[in-house]
Each structure stands twice: as C-alpha cells, then as structure tokens.
Write a protein of this length. Structure first.
Length: 251
C-alpha cells in the first residue's frame, strides 16, 4: 500500500486574515504556471507528470520534470509581493495565515513563517512506501532509495491531480474563523481552493481578490483589484498597515 503525503507544518487555527496565494504570485519571479503557453509545463502532458498514474508508468520522466522545476525554483527570487506579505506577517504575527497552492519556497525565502503548503513542497522528497519526508536533492532519480526504509519508492513531496491536498482541516478551521479572506494570483480553477472564497463569505468574512486577470471565482468576491501582484500586493499591504478602511477594520 502506498503511503500518503502528510502535512509537515502547522499553522494557527483562527487567524484574523487568511490569504490564499496561487501561481500568479510566483509567475513574476519567473516560475511559470501550467497554463503558460511557452512555459515548462507546456512541453509535458499533465497526465504523464502530475498524476500518480503517470509516476507509476514512467517515474524517470516524472523525476526529470520535477528536477527541471526544482532547478528553476532555485534560481528564482521572491518578488515584491512575497516580500510585502512577509512584512505584513511581521506586523500581524499569528493574526495572519498564508495558504498557498504553490510548491515553491519563495514565501519562506521572503521571510514568511506561517505558511501552509496545501499542494506540498518541491524542495522535499517523499517515500511512497513508508511515508517519510526529507529535503530533496536538486536531482532525484527513480533508483533513489528512501533513507528510512531503503525502498526505491521516492518521489517529489507534491500533491498531484487526483490526490488529497494537505492541511485541509487546519485551512477549514482558519477560514471559518477569519474576518478577512484575500486571494492573490489564483485562477479559481482548482478545487478545493476554488471554493475557499465562498466558505469564507458564508462564515461572514469580507473577501478581496488581487489578480492580474479575471478568474473563475471573481464574482464571489466583495472587492476585486486588477494588476500585477508585485504592484497590487505591496500597495494593499501599505493600505492595511496604515489603517485604511478600504479593506475593513484593521487588526
């Protein structure tokens, strides 16, 4: 029986503000999304490199794909949006929780500590046999052995299509108790994250979308702002830290 990916971080249960970040946030750091016409994803079939079935068919291909992503991530740097969110966390502490759909570590490299990676982490490896996690080397291969059980069952610690995202109980608790919900750079096409805005609104939170383009969930937000994340996010952070009423009461 295959082991399941397990959460490796914990976050506060009921922060004042929950921020969901998607691929659009890291795109400005040079990390393309799987919808980019000329990006890394465009050269692969998602069924081959982002599903458990694809990994079972051709683990070498999957490892080659994620080795390329890992190398790309290592050269990327946090952009002004990541840095602004870290600044907000520094000011608000555990009143802020970031939930990210991204598997890169740019939030952490920018200085954020309270981050839940619901789709796993590119810089971690995982054993399908025993469930152990460890820091991923830059290059992984199908012949790699788990350092714990020695099985040749290692894989990137990312959540593939058809697998259950991580931290869902913590995320649900945070969303049900927050006062504000903000989505940044997400397409609104991948569930369960696409439903978070409706869950937050149902719980009484105000909702804000910061995005380059209209998303599939734009109609569910109270307030929508358009533009690059590297411009919108620092501006919004300045706004809320300055006590502006534009996003409701400040903590």
């Amino acid at each position: 029986m295959e082991a399941r990916l397990r959460p490796t971080t914990r976050g506060p249960a009921a922060p004042h503000t929950v921020i969901l970040t998607g691929a659009g946030l890291s795109a400005e750091s040079g990390l393309g999304t799987f919808r980019d016409a000329q990006g890394l994803w465009s050269r692969y079939n998602l069924d081959d490199v982002a599903t458990p079935e694809g990994f079972a068919r051709d683990p070498a291909l999957v490892h080659a794909f994620y080795n390329a992503r890992r190398a790309q991530c290592l050269t990327a740097q946090p952009n002004p949006a990541h840095l602004a969110l870290a600044r907000l966390e520094s000011a608000w502490g555990d009143r802020l929780l970031i939930v990210t759909q991204n598997v890169d570590d740019l939030h952490e490299r920018a200085g954020s500590l309270r981050v839940l990676h619901m789709h796993g982490r590119l810089n971690e490896a995982f054993c399908n046999q025993c469930g152990d996690h460890w820091p991923a080397p830059v290059e992984m291969a199908a012949s790699d052995r788990c350092p714990t059980c020695r099985a040749q069952a290692t894989r990137p610690a990312v959540v593939w299509f058809g697998e259950t995202p991580l931290h869902l109980d913590q995320i649900a608790s945070a969303i049900s108790g927050c006062q504000h919900f903000v989505a940044i750079g997400t397409s609104g096409q991948v569930y369960p994250a696409a439903a978070f805005v409706q869950e937050a609104a149902a719980a009484g939170a105000t909702t804000l979308e910061l995005n380059l383009d209209r998303s599939d969930i734009t109609p569910y937000f109270d307030d929508v702002r358009r533009g690059p994340a590297s411009t919108l996010v620092p501006s919004w952070v300045d706004e809320v830290l300055g006590g502006s009423p534009a996003h409701g009461d400040s903590p």
